[in-house]
Design a protein around this ligand. Structure first.
Ligand SMILES: C[S@@+](CC[C@H](N)C(=O)[O-])C[C@H]1O[C@@H](n2cnc3c(N)ncnc32)[C@H](O)[C@@H]1O
Length: 375
């Protein structure tokens, strides 16, 4: 198949702009191929080489970035004053990529976050559709069996170009976090069974190392259904496994030397044990977010305190340092940090959610749970 040279150029530039850093020629070729179909690796490489240094800069070992992109980190319109303070939590109203680029290197000890996934679902346009209850990527499921389900974005509708964007988004996030997190710092990222492999490989590519997954055992709305419009004919079929767990990708910035040296110097390099007898485990039973919490913090992706407090508590092995949530939403991670006595920082781009967090963080922080956090 032949592809217009202009499309190859646009695809490379879009990918590198989304990555906001450098990428290898193979990675760029993979992204372009995914977006445009059959593209020969040699045409991508020759386009890259012919346009160094005008469009691209070679950053060594077959890596390229867009010329000028690193200098463009524009923080001029960013408000660096905290929008909300509560307990030991501070929330900034900002785009987290701008905020991260202005943050000092090696200054965060752990990250626990639940990023946007469709890339588009938290855009102004899609949020307006969700808020008006009309169409868009947010699927508002019908009520049945007496329960009303919360809206969920439809990740299965992502096309190849959007998957490339998604990969680039997590590369960019990983690169930014790898700079601000201290060696040995944990980075724990909420995901879903359809996309966790992309998140893991994009963030590994950014210099973080994969340390496994947490399985949040919870029933979600996804999967299990019979084939659409042929339910009766194929009544014994589920198109996809019914999802009964939520993967959280666990990564860390590589440690300096031995773990014990890293623990002494940076206070990071492991997980805090819930008790002397028990290590921190990777399967965490979790109920869906309770009605009480949803009333306190009506955010479409609210995560439950019960689960978050266990993860946040474990994220700082010595209980020292600060936990960052760059996609803070209602501030549930910050509230969990308050509840376990940790310092935390959040960043949220949507002003409505910042106002929501202002109200919700103190309420969620005080929420009494049926079982104690450190069990
Ligand atoms: C999945 S939600 C997180 C919800 C959160 N876990 C909670 O329990 O409330 C992702 C959040 O990231 C915010 N967001 C999206 N892009 C952002 C960006 N570039 N910088 C900061 N926040 C962003 C969205 O507005 C949304 O509130």
């Amino acid at each position: 198949m032949s592809v217009a040279p202009g499309s190859i150029r646009d695809s490379i530039i879009n990918y590198l702009a989304a990555v906001d850093g450098d990428a290898t020629a193979s990675e760029i070729t993979a992204a372009v191929t995914l977006q445009l179909g059959g593209v020969s690796p040699s045409s991508v490489r020759s386009y890259l080489n012919l346009n160094v240094p005008k469009v691209f800069a070679r950053t060594g070992r077959g890596k390229y970035r867009l010329q000028g992109v690193l200098e463009e980190a524009n923080v001029h319109h960013m408000n660096l004053e905290p929008a909300v303070r509560n307990g030991k939590a501070t929330l900034f109203h900002a785009d987290c990529f701008e905020w991260l680029s202005a943050r000092e290197a090696n200054s965060i000890q752990a990250v626990v976050t639940d990023p946007p996934y469709g890339i588009i679902e938290y855009t102004e346009k899609e949020m307006a559709k969700l808020r008006s209850g009309k169409g868009g990527v947010w699927r508002v499921p019908p009520s049945f069996d007496g329960h009303r389900r919360a809206p969920l974005p439809r990740f299965t509708v992502l096309n190849d170009a959007e998957l490339v964007q998604l990969y680039a988004f997590f590369r960019r996030l990983g690169t930014n976090l790898a700079r601000v997190v201290v060696p040995g710092g944990n980075v724990v990222v909420a995901s879903n069974p359809l996309l966790s492999h992309l998140v893991a490989s994009a963030m590994e590519e950014s210099g973080l190392e994969m340390r496994g997954y947490l399985a949040r055992l919870t029933m979600t709305m996804r999967g299990g259904d019979r084939p659409k419009n042929a339910h009766e004919e194929f009544s014994g079929v589920s198109v996809m496994p019914r999802s009964q767990w939520e993967p959280w990708v666990v990564l860390r910035k590589p440690v300096e030397g031995r773990v014990q040296d890293n623990l002494r110097k940076w206070k990071t390099g492991g997980f805090r044990r819930p008790s002397d007898e028990r290590p921190f485990g990777d399967v965490i039973r979790s109920n869906p977010t309770s009605k009480a919490e949803k009333t306190m913090a009506p955010h479409p992706s609210l995560k439950p305190q019960d689960f978050l407090r266990q993860v946040v508590l474990a994220s700082l092995p010595l209980g020292e340092g600060v936990v960052l949530d760059p996609f803070a939403g209602s501030g549930s991670t910050l509230a969990a940090a308050n509840a376990v006595g940790y310092r935390s920082i959040g960043v949220e781009a949507d002003p409505k959610f910042v106002r929501l967090a202002d109200d919700a963080i103190p309420k969620l922080s005080r929420l009494k749970l049926d079982r104690p956090t450190a069990i």
